[in-house]
Design a protein around this ligand. Structure first.
Ligand code: ADP
Ligand code: 3PG
Ligand code: MG
Length: 393
């Protein structure tokens, strides 16, 4: 994809700049921030805006409040975390738009920040309501898109504002495009893609897009189960997403026709009611009352060998229920050996990123995207509305 006009070329001094960030961070049981990486990844752009004397108004969303105010999804803890990361106050306008937002914006001085409350408290955000987009655009003079994780959404704060103000890509968006383009713009071959995770139907478009583009697709996690069962393999009491037989057969046939190799788990780690220790069985021999939760050691070896031969590796989706130590071994074993080896290695997905850090695998990847759905759609080759709206460099 062509580079976008970047924030470094924007006339920032003394200008009120709207910057869209993806601060959709996971929250813990007590409403605290469970993982602040998305906040920290936006700091380079925010620092650049400060250094160049912009008056910065931060736009963000949190969760899916569906157009209504939900105090549990207030951006207040996020603004506090951002303020401590920047070492300067970041006042939050308690309504996303309104008198207080206008007042705070009018009083900003060069190099200062403010933030608007969760834009998804407003019904017009997700519908890209023209009235809301115009109201937001009136707060600023320039727009900077740094919310890579949200560029697949055509919302008021991603597309509507960008259509109404001179717009620029932020540093994080530029970096994401540079890195993820290595997967879409003639990737170095062999190109292997590891797909796992829980939401099977969600991953089928990704798999379909890889046929003929990837040399090998390695399938683990719950995504593997409908592939195994469509081939007649019984998986004991393991829940298998239903209704996918046709889609799975189409992908399998498409892979054969396109010369893309599909690798499925030959063995699995399972648990059985009343047994403390997990068991291991060939995929067809999972006991009737057992539930599989990870790939087994033979599969780990085969996956590792395929990745070691690859010049480019893309990973989305944990290979097992990594949150449980007994099912974390597959994901850990497949990627741990890759650290320090040459090659392009990129991971994307909220849970994949969490698994990479939790299992000590971050060093195996040259780049871990901040995007979930956005990164997958990019890799699938789809047009992302929040990028399409930005001028090329
Ligand atoms: P990402 O957010 O990286 O795109 P997903 O959301 O698709 O990843 O999947 C992550 C979830 O998949 C994790 O919570 C993990 O427990 C679950 N998962 C992985 N393997 C299995 C499996 N074999 N059975 C059930 N759930 C699984
Ligand atoms: C994400 O977390 O993937 C982005 O912030 C987009 O969130 P959404 O899927 O709720 O639109
Ligand atoms: Mg997920």
């Amino acid at each position: 994809m062509l580079p976008k006009r970047g924030v470094a070329s924007a006339p920032l001094k003394g200008r009120r700049v709207l910057v869209r960030v993806d601060f959709n961070v996971p929250l813990d049981d007590r409403g605290g921030i469970a993982d602040d990486r998305r906040i920290l990844e936006a700091i380079p752009t925010l620092d650049l805006l400060r250094t160049h004397g912009a008056k910065t108004i931060v736009l963000a969303h949190l969760g899916r409040p569906g157009g209504r105010r939900d105090p549990k999804l207030s951006l207040r803890p996020v603004a506090r975390r951002l303020s401590s990361a920047l070492g300067t106050p970041v006042p939050l306008a308690d309504e996303p738009v309104g008198v207080r937002a206008l007042d705070l914006a009018a009083r900003l001085e060069n190099g200062q920040f403010m933030m608007l409350e969760n834009l998804r408290f407003l019904p017009g955000e997700e519908t890209n309501d023209p009235g809301l987009a115009a109201q937001l655009a009136r707060l600023g003079e320039l727009f900077v898109e740094d919310a890579f994780g949200a560029v697949h959404r055509a919302h008021a704060s991603t597309v509507g504002v960008a259509q109404r103000l001179p717009s620029f890509a932020g540093l994080l968006v530029e970096r994401e495009l540079r890195e993820l383009s290595r997967l879409t713009d003639r990737p170095a071959v062999p190109y292997s893609v590891v797909v796992g995770g829980g939401k099977v139907a969600d991953k089928l478009p990704l798999l379909a897009s890889l046929l003929g583009r990837a040399s090998t697709v390695l399938i683990g996690g719950a995504i593997a189960y409908p592939f195994l069962t469509a081939a007649g393999t019984r998986l004991g009491a393991t829940p298998v997403a239903s209704g996918l037989d046709d889609a799975v057969r189409e992908i399998t046939a498409g892979a054969r026709a396109a010369g893309t190799e599909l690798l499925l788990p030959s063995d699995l780690v399972y648990e059985r009611p009343g047994e403390a220790e997990p068991g291991i069985a060939a995929s067809g021999n999972v006991p009737p009352e057992a539930v599989a939760g990870d790939i087994g050691p033979d599969t780990q070896r085969a996956f590792r060998a395929a990745l070691e031969r690859s010049a480019t590796v893309f990973w989305n989706g944990p290979l097992g229920r990594f949150e449980l130590p007994r099912f974390a071994g597959g994901t850990r074993a497949v990627f741990s050996g890759l650290e320090g080896r040459p090659g392009v290695r990129i991971a994307a997905g909220g849970d994949s990123a969490r698994a990479a850090y939790a299992l000590g695998l971050a060093g195996a990847f040259g780049f871990i995207s901040t995007g979930g759905g956005a990164a997958l759609e990019f890799v699938e080759g789809r047009e992302l509305p929040g990028l399409a709206v930005l001028p090329d460099a």
